[in-house]
Design a protein around this ligand. Structure first.
Ligand code: FES
Ligand SMILES: [Fe+2]
Length: 361
């Protein structure tokens, strides 16, 4: 089957009660994954860094976004560039973060200012038709929202505010106190990135079955799923219980997913983000960032550390099932499945948005 047929095997017009999941080739076909990188990741706004990493002039973050080397720099303001030297294409800044006076290429020493303009080019006298003004680092669109710096590789995409839509004004009021970054934990796992998102978006369907510990801290009967243009909110009140989960998860759980690959989890005094990046068709990375409200006296070092331990346990349960699903999707015994009307509206939204980005291929 060619790629176009694979994409259009999914029917986005079917309402949830009639919908199927996308065909398993969406999760196993290498060519599909390549097109997805271009149509989904390079065309939408993605988080590239946290604002706290770029607080003062000279701070930079060099990273990959949609498979592209990107550097974010705080000069007069935060800007993003392709992290590619205009001389012979070496990455100007090594992956990571730091503070610098200028961006100096480690290959032949070309030097760029913090605003991306080319300052000096050693041993380049006599080169004709060469203007430094035309040889600054290539800029990438970049906008800040709440705690994060987003980039978009598509010059024609709408603004970040319009991309986030309703979500734009929602997160700020829910982040109480002085929410400070605490720790990053990254996982790599052998499954397609969409399996992890599907798992997140199943409206808590798997929680009582797979996460018995977490389930004992949630008032599961009140679990709600709401979908909007490009995001889904799953929310559920927590309940008091004498276990390690309930001790570190209080208030209302608000689980936001924003297309394509961002999740923001909020509890009382706690925020966690998860960013899912494809590495290969059957491998992905999930980056967890944990934040705690420093004004909240309950957020002691012990509390923070226990909170991350509990999240790791839940993650281990999710990873095991995601690997199992990847194996199942690659088997001859599965093509597509159906969705729970009560629970799986978030997945339905995700699949339709993907189809929307892919249908022009
Ligand atoms: S590739 Fe950067 S200076 Fe040559
Ligand atoms: Fe889970």
């Amino acid at each position: 089957m060619n790629l176009k047929d694979t994409i259009n095997q999914y029917d986005p017009t079917k309402p949830l009660a009639q919908a199927t999941t996308p065909p398993s080739a969406w999760y196993t076909d290498k060519a599909f994954a390549e097109v997805e990188q271009e149509q989904v990741f390079a065309n939408n706004w993605l988080i590239a860094a946290r604002v706290d990493q770029l607080q003062k002039p000279g701070d930079y973050v060099a990273t990959d976004v949609a498979g592209q080397p990107i550097v974010l720099v705080h000069g007069e303001q935060i800007k993003a560039f392709y992290n590619v030297c205009r001389h012979h294409a070496a990455q100007v800044m090594e992956t990571g973060q730091g503070c610098t006076k200028a961006l100096t290429c480690p290959y032949h020493g070309w030097n760029y200012k913090l605003d991306g303009s080319l300052a000096t080019t050693p041993l380049f006298e006599g080169v004709e038709d060469f203007d430094k003004l035309d040889n600054g680092l290539k800029p990438v669109r970049c906008e800040v929202w709440e705690h994060w710096v987003f980039v978009c590789l598509d010059d024609n995409a709408p603004s970040l505010a319009s991309f986030l839509g309703d979500l734009y004004g929602q997160i700020g009021p829910l982040i109480d106190g002085d929410m400070q970054f605490y720790k990053r934990v990254s996982y790599e796992m052998d499954c397609n990135w969409k399996i992890y998102i599907d798992n997140y978006l199943d409206g808590g369907y798997h929680v009582p079955v797979l996460h018995k510990g977490l389930n004992s801290a949630l008032n599961f009967r009140q679990y709600k799923v709401e979908t909007r243009d490009r995001y889904c909110l799953q929310s559920c009140p927590t309940k008091a219980s004498d276990n390690e989960f309930a001790k570190v998860r209080t208030g209302t759980a608000n689980y936001y997913w924003q297309y394509p690959n961002l999740m923001i989890n909020l509890y009382e005094g706690i925020m966690g983000t998860m960013i899912v990046e494809p590495i290969a068709v059957d491998r992905c990375r999930v980056i967890f960032d944990y934040y705690f409200d420093e004004d909240n006296p309950k957020n002691t070092e012990e509390f923070k550390s226990n909170s991350v331990i509990v999240a790791n346990k839940i993650q281990d349960e999710d990873v095991a099932v995601c690997l199992s699903v990847q194996k199942g999707l690659a088997s001859k015994g599965y093509e597509t499945g159906r969705l729970s009307v009560a629970k799986e509206a978030g997945e339905h939204l995700f699949h339709r948005l993907l189809h929307g980005d892919l249908k022009g291929v």
